[in-house]
Design a protein around this ligand. Sequence first.
Ligand SMILES: Cc1cc2nc3c(=O)[nH]c(=O)nc-3n(C[C@H](O)[C@H](O)[C@H](O)COP(=O)(O)O)c2cc1C
Length: 219
Amino acid sequence: MTTLFRLDASILPTTSSSRELADLVEKEWLSTHPTSTVVRRDLSVEPIPATAWADAVTSNFTPEAERTDGQRAARALSTQLADELVDADALLFAVPLYNYGVSQHFKTWFDLAYTDPRIDPQGTALHGKPATLVTVLGGNYAPGTPKEGWDHSTSWLRRVLADVWGLDLRVVERPFTLVGVNPALDAFAEVAADLKQTAETHAVRSGREIAELTASASS
Ligand SMILES: Cc1cc2nc3c(=O)[nH]c(=O)nc-3n(C[C@H](O)[C@H](O)[C@H](O)COP(=O)(O)O)c2cc1C
């Protein structure tokens, strides 16, 4: 039995562009692995408590018998988060840009998962695991645009998922999702439509790739 782990971080799930793109990735995955399990973690429905990371870190310096309830709960949750990653055959993350930086829900989740020894700086449990990151941006930060360099999320996400965790990562990016929502961006309707189509093509392709990599690894 194969497993896809899917994480969503949009705080507006009913209108979410990142979910739409992740749905395309998941659909491709399921067309290759129709009987597989999809393990979901929706950070808008169930955010990780803001205190959990510090509790998990400080628990490492606290003798077991002296740990607080908060430290015990944080350790249990970090183990659960790491289990979801380690046990999956492939990973799918859908993470929007918020306030020019990484989603706080995602950062809180990442920090806590990263306290688990299997995937901490010495851990290797995620090395080479096929993964797709879908990221969406309300604006456009491409080279030559007025706000080039203001997206402080995507490069960090790449850094931690590909370089730190060692995932075999594909990145599907859709800029200009606020075109059609914010009238100030109406002039960009055509370019936004092109960017959406390109992102959808990439999403389908990456879903197929992670599915095929998993199929060949298990055959
Ligand atoms: C609170 C909030 C802050 C946002 N900050 C930014 C931002 O700094 N830059 C940007 O380009 N888009 C920003 N956006 C727009 C989102 O990136 C965009 O709406 C994206 O499509 C959200 O993901 P979703 O469609 O999956 O919900 C923000 C949206 C919200 C709700």
